[in-house]
Design a protein around this ligand. Structure first.
Ligand code: FA5
Ligand code: MG
Length: 413
């Protein structure tokens, strides 16, 4: 076995490794891509489209993905035992630094700079399963709008709500709404109830009109259907999720809510009240452009990259889909060890790269006498760009097996 270096290089900086370090080299490679800043990439085009919907907001897109757990979680009032903090769910450089798991990680610093109406786009990182809609890196856009918690703020909200209501009244949209505030989705203590209602209403009107900008044009004359759902986030109350009905299915687009007062206090902007949302760019781009697999966003193939033009939403023409090739990998775990699916998927992705299309646990059992566990995963290999021969797939699978033996001490069955 090779010796493990004591340092890890991330974006040109060296960090000491420790027991929490779980960032892999395939993730480190992604940190420099900055797809959302490329003007002709579907994610960059979508970012610009949303930014032009809110021309008066400050547009931010240059924050480092390396943050402290305090920024990512504590600033946003995540409880100490929240599952998002765990090593199986998030990428840690070491105990002091991690990759942001959402753009909300920058709320406090952005509010603290005095920004009151802003959009922030960034790459975010989560450890997860592998399939056509999950990738360990995706992109989010955070938006926020803050008003003075006084008569001026009330006046501003009333005017904006009247303007937006009038626009939506004239638009081809059907909204399934829910009450702004309920016992299970409560007002914050210390908020003036009527102003909190106005803020929640402004949030809904603003996002309904964004949904029209994004989806209204591609609905073949049918009214756009948007539905509001009660949600929970540690850093907003009340909280909601927005779903859009598209191609016969309800799709979750974003999470949002009235910003927790403690967030604004940490940013040292007392006397304010407002809303924030966070949306996933890949989810929206996959629908709008008919992009069938989330790995395609990372493709360097000109057949993908040349299909998109700034300012335009066009349907992606898939080039031929190459045949898949699956391999089953069965193994015994050492002793009484357990293995989390996210840990396995990360190792597979790191060893094999983007030719992994999906990974499924198809069998697992624990031997009643020895207490040893056995697992069997089906790994589906398919290249986006070319046909993979069975020999090539075997060679890649051998690398995966070697990696599983090295990282988890498994015994192949
Ligand atoms: C959040 O990340 C919150 N920070 C959103 C928020 C911001 C709430 C501000 C309140 C105020 P969530 O984990 O649900 O929430 O992700 C938000 C959106 O990101 C989802 O609606 C979805 O569009 C997208 N998203 C989440 N997970 C993935 C994934 N694995 N792949 C692609 N997109 C994802
Ligand atoms: Mg969610």
């Amino acid at each position: 076995m090779s010796t493990v270096p004591a340092q890890v290089q991330v974006l040109g900086k060296s960090y000491p490794k420790d027991a929490t370090t779980n960032i892999s080299s395939s993730i480190i490679d992604k940190l420099e891509r900055r797809l959302h800043l490329q003007p002709s990439h579907p994610l960059g085009i979508l970012r610009s489209l949303i930014e032009s919907h809110w021309p008066a907001f400050t547009h931010l897109s240059d924050f480092s993905p390396v943050v402290t757990p305090a920024r990512n979680f504590d600033d946003l009032s995540f409880p100490a035992d929240h599952p998002g903090r765990s090593l199986t769910d998030s990428y840690y450089i070491n105990k002091d630094y991690m990759l942001r798991t959402h753009t909300s990680a920058h709320e406090v610093e952005t509010f603290a700079k005095g920004e009151r109406k802003w959009l922030l786009t960034a790459d975010v990182y989560r450890r997860d399963e592998i399939d056509s809609s999950h990738y360990p890196v995706f992109h989010q856009m955070e938006g926020a709008s803050i008003f003075p918690a006084n008569a001026n703020g009330v006046h501003e909200l009333q005017e904006d709500n009247a303007r937006l209501s009038e626009y939506l009244r004239k638009s081809n949209i059907v909204i399934e709404d829910i009450p702004h505030i309920t016992p299970t989705n409560p007002l914050q203590a210390g908020h003036d109830p009527s102003q909190a209602e106005l803020v929640a209403q402004n949030l809904k009107l603003s996002l309904n009109s964004l949904m029209l900008t994004l989806f209204g044009g591609s609905n073949r004359g049918e009214p756009l259907r948007v539905r509001w759902i009660e949600a929970y986030f540690p850093f907003t109350s009340p909280s909601y999720e927005v779903e859009v009905f598209f191609n016969g299915k309800w799709l979750e687009i974003l999470g949002c809510g009235v910003v927790l007062q403690s967030t604004l206090e940490r940013a040292k902007i007392p006397g304010s009240i407002g809303w924030a949302f966070g949306l996933g760019l890949e989810r929206i781009a996959m629908i709008l452009y008919s992009i069938p697999d989330i790995r395609l966003f990372w493709s360097q193939d000109p057949r993908f990259l040349t299909q998109f033009q700034p300012g335009k939403i066009s349907t992606f023409e898939p080039y031929s889909k190459y045949p898949p090739c699956h391999k089953d990998v069965s193994f015994w775990l050492p002793g009484a060890a357990t293995l989390h699916e996210n840990d396995l998927c990360d190792a597979v992705r790191d060893a094999a790269g983007d030719v992994v299309e999906d990974v499924k646990l198809i069998d697992s059992f624990t031997h009643p006498k020895t207490n040893r566990s056995s697992q069997c995963y089906r790994i589906n290999y398919r290249s986006m760009d070319r046909s993979l021969s069975n020999d090539e797939a075997n060679a890649i699978n051998d690398k995966v097996i070697a990696r599983l033996q090295e990282s988890f001490g498994v015994e192949i069955r």
